[in-house]
Design a binder for this molecule. Structure first.
Ligand code: NAD
Ligand code: UDX
Length: 458
């Protein structure tokens, strides 16, 4: 088949895989190739079990694969034939040197730029899909356009706003697509080519155009604002626990104000995921490097509050269990950073499991999708941790059960059966506020939820 354009995506992860699958589905006239240096990941994309759990994704991949959607490890060949290259490689927090612990580690990014240049016989449109510090496109342009082949590259920013667990719905029906380019004739022409891709299915009014720096910065700011709402309500959850206010009622009362809105006001054990903390720290580092100390401190407090909220949850378990958990079996229901994903990156469950293991508890980790990854995340905890997919088995003989991920199936568990199999007195800690606390208290549990008065039998 003759394709209108050839699109390449470098990086076949949580962003590259789903976004390109959706573009392939919506743009049958484009050939989409997704490449990665991780051969096992590519083999999985080509095999019967795709490498990430995301509702609805497998079906889209199966429909398009080998029609106009291809997965390959041959990065160089992919670059050679592409007209437009999306770059969706990982941009983790730097763990060494200047900016360690805050700045974005751009080593994968820069390697990609050099590889694009080495394999290009013609100029191309390069699209930043990864989340990057503002003005990264400038650095990329410098590397790409300092060639002696007379090639010209336009670097655009098209940040991704999908959330894991709802990626397919988010991609199919995005609130907006943001495309930033230079405002030169070449930049605007390249911008139009990227607009044309999304215009296959996204209403034109939902495609926002801007300059490159605004697009890059908007991605960091969107995540910072979302995370800030979670930290704000979590800060109030601590006050509710002291005052007999109920954080759910407070969130509802304030969220009905249309200026505030109801979303991202769910108090929890803390936010996790690969993006929020990383992107805020990146923003903090950028502000610090421009000497904007007050701005940096403001945003850093969002992350600090989140770390405190996770530690506070461990402290609540410890103090409720008579200040010792040593040798006590504690079942953690949920290990993924949110429901409907197997992703555990920065999951609050990691902090909780580690905090309890430090106190020599016998931690049992259960999750419908994330147990294989949990085993990797906690492998250094040795005999302090065990793994059990079946929640009922995980709770058998436990002194306490803690809900750490809002998986729907946990709401429907048979808690009479769980209570009967546990040690007495039985404790339940709801880190996601998904259970009926009064009903569980009436059954005999001592119930501790986030931002609510504890329901204790003594
Ligand atoms: P990921 O780790 O799942 O995937 C990145 C992939 O890039 C990996 O498979 C890795 O092997 C590959 N890679 C790295 N260097 C490469 C190279 N030189 N050549 C080819 N492949 C290479 O990461 P992700 O979650 O998909 O995130 C990617 C980017 O998108 C990050 O910047 C992230 O901040 C951003 N983002 C993520 C989400 C999300 O929900 N996960 C949402 C929006 C934006
Ligand atoms: C986030 C952004 O939502 C998305 O736009 C961006 O592209 C990537 O980062 P993601 O991390 O996949 O997406 O999930 P999200 O739904 O934002 O949840 C992040 C964390 O916050 C989860 O741990 C979730 O449980 C927690 N959360 C979210 C709360 O604790 N309370 C809330 O009200 C909302």
């Amino acid at each position: 088949m003759n394709f209108k354009k050839k699109i390449l995506c470098i990086g076949a992860g949580y962003v590259g895989g789903p976004t390109m699958a959706m573009i392939a589905r919506k743009c049958p006239d484009y050939k989409i190739t997704v490449v990665d240096i991780n051969a096992a990941r590519i083999a999985a994309w080509n095999g019967p079990e795709i490498p990430i759990y995301e509702p609805g994704l497998e079906e889209v991949v199966r429909q398009q694969r080998n029609k106009n959607l291809f997965f390959s490890t041959d990065v160089d060949a992919g670059i050679r034939e592409a007209d437009i290259i999306f770059v969706a490689v990982n941009t983790p927090t730097k763990s060494f040197g200047e900016g360690a612990g805050k700045a974005a580690d751009l080593q994968y990014w820069e390697k990609t730029a050099r590889q694009i240049l080495a394999n290009s016989g013609k100029g191309k449109i390069i699209v930043e899909k990864s989340t990057l510090p503002v003005r990264t496109a400038e650095a990329m342009e410098r590397i790409l356009n300092s060639n002696d082949k007379g090639l010209h590259f336009e670097v655009l920013s098209n940040p991704e706003f999908l959330a894991e667990g709802t990626a397919i719905a988010d991609l199919e029906n995005p609130d907006r697509v943001l495309i930033g380019s230079r405002e030169t004739p070449e930049g605007l022409k390249a911008r139009q080519e990227v607009v044309d891709i999304y215009a296959h299915w996204v209403p034109r009014k939902n495609i926002i155009e801007s300059n490159v720096w605004s697009a890059e910065l908007s991605k960091l700011v969107a995540n910072a604002f979302l995370a800030q709402r979670v930290s704000s309500i979590n800060s109030i959850s601590a006050l509710c626990e002291k005052t007999e206010a109920d954080v759910g009622e407070v969130a509802y009362a304030i969220g009905t104000d249309s200026r505030i809105g109801p979303k991202f006001l769910k108090a929890s054990v803390g936010f996790g995921g690969s993006c929020f903390q990383k992107d805020i720290l990146n923003l903090v580092y950028i502000c610090q490097s421009y000497g904007l100390t007050e701005v940096a401190d403001y945003w850093e407090s969002v992350v600090k509050l989140n770390q405190w909220q996770q530690q506070r949850f461990v402290q609540t378990i410890l103090s409720s269990l008579f200040n010792t958990v040593a040798g006590k079996r504690i079942a953690l229901l949920g290990f993924a950073f949110k429901a409907d994903t197997g992703d555990t990156r920065e999951s609050p469950a990691i902090t909780v499991a580690r905090g309890l293991a430090e106190e020599h508890a016998q931690v049992v980790v259960s999750d419908p999708k994330a147990v294989p990854q949990a085993k990797i995340d906690l492998k250094d905890l040795g005999t302090f941790v065990e793994f059990e997919v079946d929640p009922y088995k995980a709770c058998e003989g436990a002194h306490a059960v803690a809900i750490l991920t809002e998986w729907k199936q946990y709401k429907d568990l048979d808690f009479d059966r769980i209570l009967a199999s546990m040690q007495a007195p039985a404790f339940l800690f709801d880190g996601r506020n998904i259970l009926d606390h009064k009903a569980l208290f009436d059954k005999g549990f001592n119930v501790f939820a986030i931002g609510k008065t504890p329901l204790s039998h003594f």
